[in-house]
Design a protein around this ligand. Sequence first.
Ligand SMILES: [Zn+2]
Length: 243
Amino acid sequence: MTDEQLAFDIEAMLHASAVEAAPGWSGAPLGFTAAYWPAVDLEAAHEHWQFLHKLDQSRTQSRMWHRAIAVPGSVAVGEHGFDLFTADLRCEPWTHGEAHGGCQCVGDLIYQAICEPDGWHVIAGDENTAVEGWHDHAFPGWRELPIVPARLRSVDQPGLSKAAKKWIAEHYPPPMQVVGAPVITERSNGGTRHVPGRSPWAGYDISHTAVEPNLRVSQRRSRAVSREPTRPPTASLGPALGA
Ligand SMILES: [Zn+2]
């Protein structure tokens, strides 16, 4: 027996007794759930699963909710909260070979946005859709916000240029210029991910494809010009925070 094997066996023994000594689990389910759970409970359950399966190399996917990389912690937005979780429902090819008759997995990477103060959540098949759903909840009317033209993008640096910030300050309704509020920016093909923390108020920079998915840049430009005077009044944009 090698030293490594001995060390592993001892660790496995200690782990087994730690699992045995642990009190019974009464938190969020230790597997996939579509029910609402506060972020802290989802995190605790995921941690507990990792503890239970620490030495189990046959299962690396818990199917459980854990924080999405893009948004590592809770964000307070007025009286709302924002947490973004993901669950991996894709198959693990190495756990079932030909012998198992092929893949039985439901299979995808899915996302969940949570507003804990309201006990609210939405589950979606992709990150952008989950983010949009949360904005429907916390910033009703955001889909009517003006689209920041791509020509205002900074060439040398990521994020919003000075010109873009100025344009936003002039064009965005004041009730929507509050902490955590989003902006919508015109993107080029491929760069259509919604980016957290990039609005002037640390809210999302949402890709224009969320509200005008089929519009080409050239079409949008000409439409934007004719459309500008008929923008809805700011009062129709609903309360951004609280209420
Ligand atoms: Zn809320």
